[in-house]
Ligand binder design. Structure first.
Ligand code: MN
Length: 507
């Protein structure tokens, strides 16, 4: 249970780090307003209603986000749950906060209505949050507290529906925005309500393993610490981290349900101040311990599409137990947890560094939001907003993952986006369950399934005439070059064979 004083303390400390002395009066005012608006209301847990906006705002404050968002967290349920309106909020707190709260309210009205309308719901969600990405962040915080208190909900079907909606809609969006801390929390809180048997099965599987591995991890932590001190390499923090339950469950299914095949069940995370320190530490660790081959991943030089950066490697300790090590800077760590929101508070003065190809639409979004701030020209910005969403489409994999592609992308673009080999082996596509030609242009919300043939040698050069994405173009060209090289080497082999037999005959 958190109080307004807890929230003020965190917000003040966050600002102090940036050398800003914050005026906390608006936050206190929002708390007072919400307390009055919700007075005499109770949560299903029997607690005062104000505990819910307080917890929501607390989660937001912990993210080190701007004050307006924390205030919106305190006010978010007022229009729906009390006799006060958006107009009242506007009068008391101004139009920026009123718009934020309005956006949060609107997004809350989009309800999950089964798989059929899933894509449509998701699209609505994206469009709503495109007006101000902070509205979905407030909704995430709100949802997390609702999930934490879901056990008080008296109706099992409603508990199930809320948890399912969280797992199927909220978690993927959080992942898409790189907000892994939210994604993991939403998934782990929903998991037991949606798949109770699988949840308890997973918990049983990991319990002993985590206990055993923790011992090894703690020892390794101590050893690495000592080594880094000896070598005089600076680090900020070294700590162990458990893989969250839902992703462990999904990984178990992929790994023959064999827990010993999951190497990152617990991992050791090393936080540094600079990128150079990351590589120095990697070098020292690789010199000192035996490395599990094929597990080194350098997401610092090659970030994941959502901007995630870190180095991952797996080493064996003295008793030959594999331990995953993750090395990253403090800034990368924050980005990994909060994704796009990690940059929020600094948006005015510091350059936002999300410029990865696949994350372009979010970058555009931030620029667009900055524009509204700059000139308050709403009409223009609404047009800009629709343009951004016109230029990207959201389509779904058979596993319901959301993929965003440029407009007019084809099934082949989609195939290469999923995996190079899926592209190279593609022989057809099912779009919304109908067999379709591979040059069919995809539409927002399409469900796409790629049909492959493992005997297919490689891509058709004609595909280059219609694919839209550079990724697909490059991969097709690459594969064609390899195909030709193979042909040349087969040709060479034949010549050599002929030549050899010619020599033999001569003899
Ligand atoms: Mn709420």
């Amino acid at each position: 249970m958190h109080t307004i004083e807890d929230i003020l303390k965190i917000v003040q400390e966050n600002n102090k780090k940036e050398g800003v002395v914050l005026d906390t009066k608006p936050i206190v005012k929002a708390w007072e307003f919400a307390s009055v608006a919700h007075q005499n209301q109770k949560r299903l847990s029997g607690e005062e209603y104000i505990t819910h906006p307080l917890e929501t705002a607390y989660i937001l404050a912990k993210m080190d986000i701007d004050t307006d968002t924390v205030i919106a967290g305190l006010l978010h349920d007022i229009p729906e749950e009390t006799e006060f309106s958006i107009a009242d909020i506007k009068e008391e707190f101004g139009s920026e906060i009123a718009q934020l709260v309005e956006g949060v309210t609107k997004i809350g009205k989009i309800k999950y209505r089964g798989v059929k309308r899933y894509a449509e719901n998701l699209r609505k969600m994206f469009v709503a949050m495109s007006k101000d990405i902070r509205v979905i962040i407030v909704r995430f915080a709100d949802r997390i507290h609702n999930l934490k208190t879901l056990k008080y909900h008296p109706h099992p079907e409603k508990r199930y529906r809320i948890a399912l909606e969280s797992l199927e809609i909220y978690a993927p969006i959080a992942g898409r925005l790189g907000m892994y801390k939210f994604k993991e929390q939403i998934e782990d809180l929903s998991f037991p309500y949606v798949y109770p048997d699988e949840y308890f099965w997973t918990i049983r599987k990991i319990k002993n393993q985590i206990q055993q591995r923790s011992k090894h991890l703690n020892k390794m932590r101590k050893n690495i610490k000592e080594l880094l001190i000896k070598k005089n390499i600076k680090y900020i923090d070294i700590f162990g981290r458990n893989k969250h339950t839902y992703s462990t469950y999904k990984k178990l299914l992929r790994k023959d349900k064999d827990i010993s095949k999951i190497h990152d069940l617990i991992a050791l995370r090393i936080i540094t101040a600079t990128v150079n320190d990351c590589y120095s530490i990697l070098g020292i660790i690789h010199n000192h311990w035996q490395v599990l081959n094929g597990r080194l991943k350098d997401y610092i030089s090659q970030p994941k599409p959502n901007g995630y950066q870190s180095i991952h490697t797996t080493i064996f300790d003295e008793s030959h137990v594999p331990i995953e090590i993750q090395i990253r800077t403090q800034k990368m760590d924050k980005t990994a947890e909060f994704g796009i929101a990690a940059h929020w508070r600094y948006k005015e003065d510091k350059k936002i560094s999300i410029d990865k190809k696949n994350f372009q639409w979010i970058d555009d979004l931030i620029k667009w939001q900055k524009k509204i701030k700059d000139n308050e020209n709403y009409l223009k910005s609404i047009k800009l907003n629709t343009d951004i969403f016109k230029s990207r489409i959201f389509v779904f994999t058979p596993k319901n993952d959301v993929i965003d592609l440029p407009e007019n992308s084809t099934a082949i673009d989609f195939a290469y986006h999923i995996h190079t080999e899926i592209g190279n082996k593609c022989i057809g596509a099912k779009i919304n369950d109908k067999m379709s030609k591979v040059d069919t242009e995809l539409k927002n919300g399409d469900f796409v399934e790629i049909l492959t043939d493992k005997n297919r040698k490689g891509p058709n050069p004609d595909w280059l005439n219609f694919v839209k994405t550079n990724t697909a173009k490059e991969k097709i060209k690459d594969a064609l070059v390899h195909l030709n090289n193979d042909k040349i080497s087969v040709f060479k082999d034949n010549i050599v064979k002929k030549f050899n037999s010619y020599i033999r005959h001569k003899k």
